[in-house]
Design a binder for this molecule. Structure first.
Ligand code: GLA
Length: 373
Protein backbone atom coordinates (compact mmCIF):
# COMPACT_ATOMS: atom_id res chain seq x y z
CA UNK A 1 0.00 0.00 0.00
CA UNK A 2 1.33 3.45 -0.82
CA UNK A 3 2.24 5.81 2.00
CA UNK A 4 -0.03 8.57 0.77
CA UNK A 5 -1.79 10.67 3.33
CA UNK A 6 -5.46 9.83 3.48
CA UNK A 7 -8.24 11.87 4.98
CA UNK A 8 -8.58 10.87 8.62
CA UNK A 9 -11.34 8.36 9.27
CA UNK A 10 -14.53 10.25 9.84
CA UNK A 11 -15.68 10.00 13.41
CA UNK A 12 -18.49 11.87 15.06
CA UNK A 13 -16.13 14.29 16.65
CA UNK A 14 -13.73 14.45 13.67
CA UNK A 15 -11.10 13.22 16.06
CA UNK A 16 -8.35 10.74 15.24
CA UNK A 17 -6.25 9.14 17.91
CA UNK A 18 -3.04 7.23 17.30
CA UNK A 19 -0.80 5.38 19.68
CA UNK A 20 2.80 4.30 19.23
CA UNK A 21 4.96 2.26 21.61
CA UNK A 22 8.58 2.96 22.54
CA UNK A 23 11.30 0.45 21.75
CA UNK A 24 14.02 -1.34 23.61
CA UNK A 25 16.83 -2.92 21.65
CA UNK A 26 17.34 -6.34 23.21
CA UNK A 27 20.52 -6.72 21.18
CA UNK A 28 21.87 -5.15 17.98
CA UNK A 29 22.69 -1.48 18.34
CA UNK A 30 24.45 0.66 15.73
CA UNK A 31 23.83 -2.01 13.13
CA UNK A 32 20.85 -0.50 11.29
CA UNK A 33 22.77 2.04 9.21
CA UNK A 34 25.31 -0.66 8.31
CA UNK A 35 22.74 -2.97 6.66
CA UNK A 36 22.95 -5.28 9.66
CA UNK A 37 20.36 -6.88 11.92
CA UNK A 38 18.79 -5.94 15.24
CA UNK A 39 16.38 -7.51 17.72
CA UNK A 40 13.99 -4.94 19.13
CA UNK A 41 11.06 -5.03 21.48
CA UNK A 42 8.20 -2.55 21.30
CA UNK A 43 7.26 -1.72 24.88
CA UNK A 44 4.07 -0.73 26.62
CA UNK A 45 5.28 2.78 27.28
CA UNK A 46 4.45 5.08 24.44
CA UNK A 47 3.06 8.19 22.83
CA UNK A 48 -0.48 9.07 21.93
CA UNK A 49 -1.39 11.84 19.50
CA UNK A 50 -4.99 12.98 19.22
CA UNK A 51 -5.90 15.21 16.32
CA UNK A 52 -9.17 17.08 16.62
CA UNK A 53 -9.56 17.88 12.94
CA UNK A 54 -10.91 21.21 11.76
CA UNK A 55 -11.40 21.49 7.99
CA UNK A 56 -11.22 25.29 8.28
CA UNK A 57 -7.83 25.31 10.05
CA UNK A 58 -4.67 26.04 8.06
CA UNK A 59 -2.41 24.85 10.84
CA UNK A 60 -2.01 22.18 13.51
CA UNK A 61 -1.94 23.67 17.00
CA UNK A 62 -0.07 21.23 19.20
CA UNK A 63 0.38 20.82 22.93
CA UNK A 64 1.91 18.07 25.04
CA UNK A 65 1.33 16.76 28.53
CA UNK A 66 4.95 15.63 28.64
CA UNK A 67 6.69 18.92 27.86
CA UNK A 68 5.90 22.60 28.19
CA UNK A 69 5.07 24.94 25.33
CA UNK A 70 2.96 24.75 22.21
CA UNK A 71 3.17 25.64 18.53
CA UNK A 72 0.87 26.35 15.60
CA UNK A 73 2.36 24.52 12.62
CA UNK A 74 1.24 25.64 9.17
CA UNK A 75 0.01 22.80 6.99
CA UNK A 76 2.44 23.95 4.30
CA UNK A 77 5.46 24.22 6.64
CA UNK A 78 8.53 23.52 4.46
CA UNK A 79 10.67 20.45 5.08
CA UNK A 80 13.62 22.71 5.79
CA UNK A 81 15.93 21.08 8.35
CA UNK A 82 17.53 24.38 9.38
CA UNK A 83 14.20 26.10 10.01
CA UNK A 84 12.83 23.03 11.79
CA UNK A 85 15.80 22.92 14.14
CA UNK A 86 15.25 26.53 15.12
CA UNK A 87 11.73 25.77 16.38
CA UNK A 88 11.00 26.02 20.09
CA UNK A 89 10.07 24.16 22.18
CA UNK A 90 12.25 21.43 20.72
CA UNK A 91 9.58 18.69 20.74
CA UNK A 92 7.46 20.66 18.27
CA UNK A 93 10.20 20.16 15.63
CA UNK A 94 9.20 16.53 15.33
CA UNK A 95 5.54 17.35 14.87
CA UNK A 96 6.41 20.02 12.30
CA UNK A 97 8.71 17.63 10.42
CA UNK A 98 5.90 15.08 10.31
CA UNK A 99 3.45 17.71 9.05
CA UNK A 100 5.99 18.62 6.35
CA UNK A 101 6.50 14.97 5.40
CA UNK A 102 2.95 13.65 5.61
CA UNK A 103 1.01 16.81 4.61
CA UNK A 104 -2.18 16.17 6.60
CA UNK A 105 -5.26 17.09 4.57
CA UNK A 106 -6.81 18.99 7.51
CA UNK A 107 -5.45 21.00 10.42
CA UNK A 108 -6.86 21.29 13.90
CA UNK A 109 -5.63 20.70 17.43
CA UNK A 110 -3.12 17.96 18.21
CA UNK A 111 -2.62 16.82 21.79
CA UNK A 112 0.40 14.70 22.65
CA UNK A 113 0.52 12.40 25.68
CA UNK A 114 3.59 10.37 26.48
CA UNK A 115 4.75 7.93 29.09
CA UNK A 116 8.20 7.54 27.56
CA UNK A 117 11.21 9.14 29.21
CA UNK A 118 12.84 11.60 26.82
CA UNK A 119 16.51 11.20 25.87
CA UNK A 120 16.65 7.75 27.45
CA UNK A 121 17.30 5.59 24.39
CA UNK A 122 13.71 4.28 24.26
CA UNK A 123 12.83 6.03 20.99
CA UNK A 124 10.64 8.77 22.38
CA UNK A 125 11.30 10.89 19.25
CA UNK A 126 10.51 8.15 16.75
CA UNK A 127 7.44 7.24 18.81
CA UNK A 128 6.19 10.83 18.61
CA UNK A 129 6.87 10.96 14.86
CA UNK A 130 5.06 7.69 14.14
CA UNK A 131 2.05 8.51 16.36
CA UNK A 132 1.76 11.95 14.78
CA UNK A 133 2.12 10.53 11.26
CA UNK A 134 -0.73 8.07 11.83
CA UNK A 135 -2.92 10.72 13.44
CA UNK A 136 -2.25 12.98 10.44
CA UNK A 137 -3.46 10.29 8.03
CA UNK A 138 -0.31 8.45 6.90
CA UNK A 139 -1.09 4.93 5.74
CA UNK A 140 1.10 2.17 4.44
CA UNK A 141 2.90 -1.02 5.37
CA UNK A 142 5.20 -0.92 8.42
CA UNK A 143 8.41 -0.41 6.44
CA UNK A 144 6.97 2.38 4.29
CA UNK A 145 5.55 4.24 7.28
CA UNK A 146 8.87 3.76 9.09
CA UNK A 147 10.87 5.22 6.18
CA UNK A 148 8.63 8.30 6.05
CA UNK A 149 9.01 8.83 9.80
CA UNK A 150 12.78 8.29 9.59
CA UNK A 151 12.95 11.13 7.05
CA UNK A 152 10.94 13.36 9.39
CA UNK A 153 13.18 12.56 12.36
CA UNK A 154 16.31 13.21 10.31
CA UNK A 155 14.96 16.60 9.25
CA UNK A 156 13.95 17.49 12.81
CA UNK A 157 17.29 16.54 14.38
CA UNK A 158 19.86 17.02 11.62
CA UNK A 159 21.15 13.56 12.54
CA UNK A 160 21.20 10.68 10.04
CA UNK A 161 19.28 8.36 12.31
CA UNK A 162 18.78 4.84 11.00
CA UNK A 163 15.59 2.90 10.44
CA UNK A 164 15.70 0.86 13.64
CA UNK A 165 13.43 2.97 15.81
CA UNK A 166 10.48 3.71 13.53
CA UNK A 167 10.56 0.23 12.00
CA UNK A 168 10.64 -1.50 15.40
CA UNK A 169 7.62 0.61 16.34
CA UNK A 170 5.55 -0.13 13.24
CA UNK A 171 6.48 -3.80 12.74
CA UNK A 172 5.92 -5.01 16.33
CA UNK A 173 3.58 -7.82 17.37
CA UNK A 174 2.33 -8.23 20.96
CA UNK A 175 4.22 -10.79 23.01
CA UNK A 176 7.18 -10.94 20.65
CA UNK A 177 10.40 -9.23 19.77
CA UNK A 178 11.13 -8.35 16.18
CA UNK A 179 14.22 -9.37 14.23
CA UNK A 180 14.83 -6.60 11.72
CA UNK A 181 17.07 -7.20 8.73
CA UNK A 182 18.10 -3.85 7.31
CA UNK A 183 19.58 -5.39 4.18
CA UNK A 184 16.53 -7.36 3.04
CA UNK A 185 13.81 -5.22 4.63
CA UNK A 186 12.35 -8.36 6.24
CA UNK A 187 11.01 -8.39 9.80
CA UNK A 188 10.63 -11.67 11.69
CA UNK A 189 8.65 -12.21 14.87
CA UNK A 190 10.64 -13.79 17.73
CA UNK A 191 8.40 -14.91 20.62
CA UNK A 192 9.60 -13.82 24.04
CA UNK A 193 10.03 -16.57 26.67
CA UNK A 194 7.19 -16.61 29.20
CA UNK A 195 9.56 -17.28 32.10
CA UNK A 196 11.76 -14.22 31.60
CA UNK A 197 11.12 -10.57 32.12
CA UNK A 198 12.62 -7.51 30.54
CA UNK A 199 13.50 -4.66 32.85
CA UNK A 200 14.63 -1.24 31.67
CA UNK A 201 16.60 0.93 34.08
CA UNK A 202 17.38 4.59 33.55
CA UNK A 203 20.99 5.57 34.22
CA UNK A 204 19.96 9.10 35.10
CA UNK A 205 22.13 10.37 32.25
CA UNK A 206 20.02 12.11 29.65
CA UNK A 207 21.40 12.49 26.17
CA UNK A 208 20.31 13.99 22.93
CA UNK A 209 21.50 12.45 19.67
CA UNK A 210 22.35 15.76 18.04
CA UNK A 211 24.77 16.58 20.84
CA UNK A 212 26.20 13.06 21.07
CA UNK A 213 28.84 11.26 19.02
CA UNK A 214 26.15 9.47 16.97
CA UNK A 215 26.90 11.26 13.71
CA UNK A 216 30.64 10.71 14.18
CA UNK A 217 30.14 6.98 14.78
CA UNK A 218 28.01 6.76 11.70
CA UNK A 219 30.65 8.54 9.63
CA UNK A 220 33.32 6.15 10.92
CA UNK A 221 31.18 3.17 9.93
CA UNK A 222 30.63 4.71 6.50
CA UNK A 223 34.39 5.18 6.12
CA UNK A 224 34.99 1.53 7.04
CA UNK A 225 32.20 0.43 4.68
CA UNK A 226 33.79 2.43 1.88
CA UNK A 227 36.72 0.00 2.02
CA UNK A 228 34.92 -3.21 3.01
CA UNK A 229 31.33 -2.87 1.82
CA UNK A 230 28.29 -2.66 4.13
CA UNK A 231 29.52 -3.80 7.55
CA UNK A 232 26.37 -5.80 8.28
CA UNK A 233 27.56 -8.52 5.97
CA UNK A 234 31.33 -8.58 5.90
CA UNK A 235 33.37 -11.46 7.34
CA UNK A 236 35.03 -10.76 10.72
CA UNK A 237 38.50 -11.38 9.25
CA UNK A 238 37.98 -8.65 6.65
CA UNK A 239 37.95 -6.06 9.44
CA UNK A 240 41.61 -6.81 10.14
CA UNK A 241 42.45 -5.32 6.75
CA UNK A 242 41.44 -1.83 7.87
CA UNK A 243 44.64 0.14 8.52
CA UNK A 244 43.05 2.68 10.89
CA UNK A 245 42.75 1.22 14.42
CA UNK A 246 39.69 3.31 15.30
CA UNK A 247 37.80 2.27 12.17
CA UNK A 248 38.86 -1.30 12.85
CA UNK A 249 37.27 -1.22 16.29
CA UNK A 250 34.07 0.45 15.05
CA UNK A 251 33.76 -2.12 12.26
CA UNK A 252 34.51 -4.98 14.64
CA UNK A 253 31.63 -3.88 16.84
CA UNK A 254 29.14 -3.89 13.95
CA UNK A 255 30.31 -7.20 12.51
CA UNK A 256 30.37 -9.03 15.84
CA UNK A 257 27.11 -7.41 17.00
CA UNK A 258 25.29 -8.79 13.97
CA UNK A 259 26.58 -12.26 14.83
CA UNK A 260 25.47 -11.80 18.42
CA UNK A 261 21.96 -10.84 17.25
CA UNK A 262 21.66 -14.06 15.25
CA UNK A 263 23.07 -16.18 18.11
CA UNK A 264 20.73 -14.47 20.57
CA UNK A 265 17.70 -15.38 18.44
CA UNK A 266 18.95 -18.97 18.24
CA UNK A 267 19.44 -19.00 22.02
CA UNK A 268 15.84 -17.79 22.54
CA UNK A 269 14.59 -20.40 20.04
CA UNK A 270 16.18 -23.19 22.10
CA UNK A 271 15.33 -21.44 25.37
CA UNK A 272 18.93 -20.99 26.45
CA UNK A 273 18.47 -17.83 28.50
CA UNK A 274 21.91 -18.09 30.12
CA UNK A 275 23.51 -17.88 26.67
CA UNK A 276 21.18 -15.02 25.70
CA UNK A 277 22.37 -13.18 28.82
CA UNK A 278 26.04 -13.81 28.01
CA UNK A 279 25.49 -12.37 24.55
CA UNK A 280 23.92 -9.24 26.06
CA UNK A 281 26.97 -8.74 28.25
CA UNK A 282 29.31 -9.28 25.29
CA UNK A 283 27.26 -6.75 23.33
CA UNK A 284 27.67 -4.22 26.11
CA UNK A 285 31.44 -4.75 26.22
CA UNK A 286 31.63 -4.28 22.46
CA UNK A 287 29.58 -1.06 22.63
CA UNK A 288 31.80 0.17 25.45
CA UNK A 289 35.26 -0.89 24.21
CA UNK A 290 35.03 -0.96 20.42
CA UNK A 291 32.22 1.48 19.72
CA UNK A 292 32.87 3.75 22.73
CA UNK A 293 29.26 4.77 23.32
CA UNK A 294 28.99 3.68 26.95
CA UNK A 295 29.64 5.75 30.05
CA UNK A 296 30.99 4.77 33.48
CA UNK A 297 27.45 5.09 34.87
CA UNK A 298 26.04 2.70 32.24
CA UNK A 299 28.94 0.29 32.81
CA UNK A 300 28.33 0.38 36.56
CA UNK A 301 24.62 -0.26 36.13
CA UNK A 302 25.22 -3.22 33.82
CA UNK A 303 27.72 -4.64 36.32
CA UNK A 304 25.31 -4.23 39.25
CA UNK A 305 22.35 -5.71 37.41
CA UNK A 306 24.23 -8.67 36.00
CA UNK A 307 25.59 -9.51 39.46
CA UNK A 308 22.06 -9.92 40.84
CA UNK A 309 20.95 -13.54 41.21
CA UNK A 310 18.46 -14.52 38.50
CA UNK A 311 19.61 -11.84 36.06
CA UNK A 312 20.69 -13.47 32.79
CA UNK A 313 22.33 -10.41 31.30
CA UNK A 314 22.19 -6.67 30.77
CA UNK A 315 23.42 -4.10 28.28
CA UNK A 316 22.98 -0.48 27.33
CA UNK A 317 20.10 -0.08 24.90
CA UNK A 318 19.78 2.35 22.02
CA UNK A 319 22.44 4.76 20.88
CA UNK A 320 24.27 4.95 24.23
CA UNK A 321 26.05 8.06 25.59
CA UNK A 322 23.65 7.79 28.55
CA UNK A 323 20.04 6.67 28.66
CA UNK A 324 18.88 3.21 29.69
CA UNK A 325 20.11 -0.28 30.35
CA UNK A 326 18.01 -3.35 29.52
CA UNK A 327 18.17 -6.54 31.55
CA UNK A 328 16.79 -10.02 30.89
CA UNK A 329 15.93 -11.73 34.16
CA UNK A 330 13.89 -14.37 35.91
CA UNK A 331 10.54 -12.91 36.92
CA UNK A 332 10.90 -10.94 40.15
CA UNK A 333 14.69 -11.31 40.26
CA UNK A 334 15.35 -7.59 40.10
CA UNK A 335 14.56 -5.78 43.30
CA UNK A 336 13.46 -2.34 42.18
CA UNK A 337 14.22 -0.91 45.61
CA UNK A 338 17.91 -1.50 44.95
CA UNK A 339 17.83 0.70 41.87
CA UNK A 340 18.36 4.39 42.24
CA UNK A 341 16.79 5.67 39.04
CA UNK A 342 13.42 5.02 37.44
CA UNK A 343 12.95 1.47 36.16
CA UNK A 344 10.22 -0.31 34.26
CA UNK A 345 9.21 -3.92 33.91
CA UNK A 346 8.09 -3.86 30.27
CA UNK A 347 6.07 -6.23 28.16
CA UNK A 348 6.19 -6.72 24.42
CA UNK A 349 3.58 -4.41 22.95
CA UNK A 350 1.99 -4.36 19.52
CA UNK A 351 2.96 -1.83 16.89
CA UNK A 352 1.72 1.70 16.29
CA UNK A 353 -1.95 1.98 15.40
CA UNK A 354 -5.00 4.14 15.22
CA UNK A 355 -7.07 3.80 18.36
CA UNK A 356 -10.75 3.11 17.99
CA UNK A 357 -13.28 3.30 20.80
CA UNK A 358 -13.47 -0.49 21.21
CA UNK A 359 -9.69 -0.90 21.04
CA UNK A 360 -8.72 0.35 24.42
CA UNK A 361 -9.65 -0.51 27.97
CA UNK A 362 -12.47 1.66 29.31
CA UNK A 363 -13.00 3.00 25.79
CA UNK A 364 -9.95 5.17 26.41
CA UNK A 365 -6.57 5.11 24.69
CA UNK A 366 -4.32 2.21 25.66
CA UNK A 367 -2.69 3.09 28.93
CA UNK A 368 1.01 2.57 29.21
CA UNK A 369 1.39 -0.17 31.77
CA UNK A 370 5.15 -0.28 32.06
CA UNK A 371 5.65 -0.76 35.77
CA UNK A 372 7.66 1.94 37.43
CA UNK A 373 10.01 0.86 40.13
C1 GLA B 1 19.36 5.59 17.66
C2 GLA B 1 19.05 5.71 16.18
C3 GLA B 1 18.83 4.33 15.55
C4 GLA B 1 19.95 3.36 15.90
C5 GLA B 1 20.23 3.39 17.40
C6 GLA B 1 21.42 2.56 17.77
O1 GLA B 1 18.25 5.16 18.37
O2 GLA B 1 17.90 6.49 15.97
O3 GLA B 1 18.70 4.45 14.16
O4 GLA B 1 21.10 3.63 15.15
O5 GLA B 1 20.44 4.71 17.88
O6 GLA B 1 21.18 1.23 17.51
Amino acid sequence: MAANPQPPPATDAGTVRAWCPGRVTLIGDHTDYAEGVSLALAVDLGTEVTLAGDPAAASVACTSDAAPGSAAIDLDVPLDPQALRAMQPAWTRYVAAVVATVRPPVGGRAAVRSSLPVGAGLSSSASLCVAAALAFGLEGDPLTVARTCQRAEQAATGVDVGLLDPWALTAATPGAACLLDFRTGLARTVPMPADAEVVVVHSGQQRSLDRSGYQARRAECDAAAYRLGPLGHVEPEAVLGLPDPVLRRRARHVVTECDRVRWFVEALDRHDLAEAGRLMLASHRSLADDFEVSTPVLDGLVARLSAMPGVHGARLTGAGFGGCVVALAEPGAIDFRELRGPAWRVSAAGGARLVTAGDAPDGDAPRPTGERG
